[in-house]
Design a protein around this ligand. Sequence first.
Ligand code: ATP
Ligand code: MG
Length: 385
Amino acid sequence: MEELFSVHYAEVGLKGKNRIFFEKRLVSNIKVALRGTGYAEIERLHDRILVRLGKNADVPEIKKRLQQVMGIAYFELACTTERDMTAIKETALQQIQGRTYESLKVETRRTDKTFPLTSPQISAEVGGHLIEKTGARADMHNPDLICWIKITQKNAYISTEKIPGIGGLPVGVSGKVLVMLSGGIDSPVAAWQMIKRGAKAVFIHFYSYPYTDKASLEKVIELAEILAVSNYRSLVYLVPFAELQQTIVTQTPAPFRVLLYRRMMTRIAERVATLINAEALVTGESLAQVASQTLTNLRTIEAIADIPILRPLIGEDKAEIIEKAQRISTFDVSTRPHQDCCSLFVPKHPATRASLAELADAESNLDIDALVETALNNLEKQVVG
Ligand code: ATP
Ligand code: MG
């Protein structure tokens, strides 16, 4: 008898080569996620992944970590035993001991049809045994406990708990994105949503030290660390932005400053994305949440970039975003006070509708290429996770 985790993924749309690529990535991500938990081996079968447990495996910790791995639909802690009815009955009984229930049901599946009993026969026989030994009643419709039995060519698997996974796709199968991470509430949630869809996130943050303190830098590193639970080892690019902001302040009209900052950030981020082969930029923008996020203004940011700018939160209310931030544990860090570089030297009433021509005109005094080059030369890189 051996205890192991059987991990299942959503199979919809997974065919041929894609599927193998997906499964291999999921296996390597699970290996990283379970480091230090004492698991023995991870095996890829044709329809699921087995996590074999070593002698000293920390089962509750493994369970907790599997719940955070993107791409897992559900998993179960199962016991294997021989393909023998006596062994199956005994193992099933052991598995349900220590659980509280008044009614139960046994469900059987056979992937090997040569087993002498049919699935309903196995369910009935094991169910009868469990009821006799425990005094529980059978309930086919709404049981307190289900015992799943699976008969394969080699073994019988018995489990009594299906634990929901997080869903999504294994990180890395959808390529790489560069997330503009600000230290606020929204951008970490945007990052998480992309990571959940299988994108590996790299982060970029612009900071105005010495005009602001270093709080935003510390926050961004902490946020990247929290996100590394699902994104794993992550890179954070830090861009000093103060001097560039000074240039904008002295050479451009005040009402457009936020948009001009955002356009410069986007230009710099696009260059970094090219350097690291990221295929899109990601922001935490949500439609009309603030003046710089009206459709008209988003368009003026979009206009200067060739790379797609993805905004996973565009249609979400602030309350929904906050709820997600709490769920992914970034909220408390995000709400610690800091001053964002975009809030420096900005007028009380920023433009909510700047035209492309107005912005081009406002930028006409800037040597944009030189400013971008300087920023790239001063780029710093930090690894987290
Ligand atoms: P957040 O909560 O993510 O800070 P926000 O509601 O404060 O978003 P803005 O300040 O307008 O909105 O920023 C919009 C988006 O621009 C952010 O979600 C983020 O993706 C990006 N951004 C803003 N400031 C920075 C920064 N200092 N460094 C990197 N990206 C930034
Ligand atoms: Mg912000």
